[in-house]
Design a protein around this ligand. Structure first.
Ligand code: AP5
Ligand code: MG
Ligand code: ZN
Length: 216
């Protein structure tokens, strides 16, 4: 199963990714997570990406496309993969298509999680993430049992640096300008599944599984 998760900031891509990769037993490739890890470790890539991420802008394609195609070329992706947050503009989608064609594989589905713009800011600003295991919570919509503590592993919860109102608004604008055109791009390829992201986390997951089919 080769899947792309598409959707605006705060749509629930990361939240749904956790269940999808478990069910279909495929690696979760999140470009946002890769950049954040590089920033934390102070790598060259992290240093270059940080300024863009802090401003809510896209990291340039030169730093992003090769990173993803190298990752897809790893042996654990032979059984499939799930891309979360890539591609994010038409140029990235074209590069990806070219690469997949070159290696003779194709995408099965693009899962497009749709959420109204008005509720996205609240979703992102209220998000909390576990420092140790990466589990995602929301102070209101999906709170941990104990404030600030991860249910899964007991780790400490933190807030992403780009989850303030100003940067989130910028990210939403960038999504509308650069990423949303991909809905058309993949509709034309006939592989898009539009999912209503304004339901409970469980119901969104149910709709995604229905769209993907229960086979691995
Ligand atoms: P990235 O990390 O991909 O961020 P994003 O696309 O802005 O998406 P988010 O992670 O904010 O949202 P999500 O959809 O994963 O939502 P989540 O499940 O956490 O990218 C960050 C930055 O990296 C970019 O701005 C860019 O600079 C750079 N970057 C990354 N990829 C790039 C690329 N390809 N090219 C160039 N630059 C790139 O949920 C959000 C909150 O809502 C959580 O608190 C969750 O608990 C809650 N929630 C989830 N589902 C529900 C529900 N159904 N009901 C109620 N609450 C819910
Ligand atoms: Mg995410
Ligand atoms: Zn944890």
């Amino acid at each position: 199963m080769r899947i792309i998760l598409l959707g605006p900031p705060g749509a629930g891509k990361g939240t749904q990714a956790a269940g999808i990769v478990e069910k279909y037993n495929i690696p979760h490739i999140s470009t946002g997570d890769i950049f954040r890890k590089n920033i934390k470790e102070g790598t060259e890539l992290g240093k270059k990406a940080k300024g863009y991420i802090d401003q809510g802008l896209l990291v340039p394609d030169e730093l992003t496309v090769g990173l993803v195609t190298d990752r897809i070329a790893q042996p654990d992706c032979e059984k499939g993969f799930m891309l979360d947050g890539f591609p994010r503009n038409v140029a990235q989608a074209q590069h990806l298509d070219e690469y997949l064609k070159e290696v003779g594989i194709s995408l099965d589905k693009v899962v497009n999680i749709e959420v109204d713009k008005d509720i996205l800011v609240g979703r992102a600003v209220g998000r909390r993430i576990c420092k140790s295991c990466g589990a995602t919570y929301h102070v209101e919509f999906n709170p941990p049992k104990v404030d600030g503590v991860c249910d899964v592993c007991g780790g400490e919860l933190y807030q992403r640096a780009d989850d303030n109102e100003e940067t989130v608004s910028k990210r939403i604008q960038v999504y509308l300008d650069e990423t949303k055109p991909l809905v058309n791009y993949y509709s034309e390829e006939g592989i898009i599944a539009n999912i209503n992201g304004q339901q409970s986390i469980e119901n969104v997951f149910g709709d995604i599984v229905e769209a993907l089919g229960s086979e691995k």
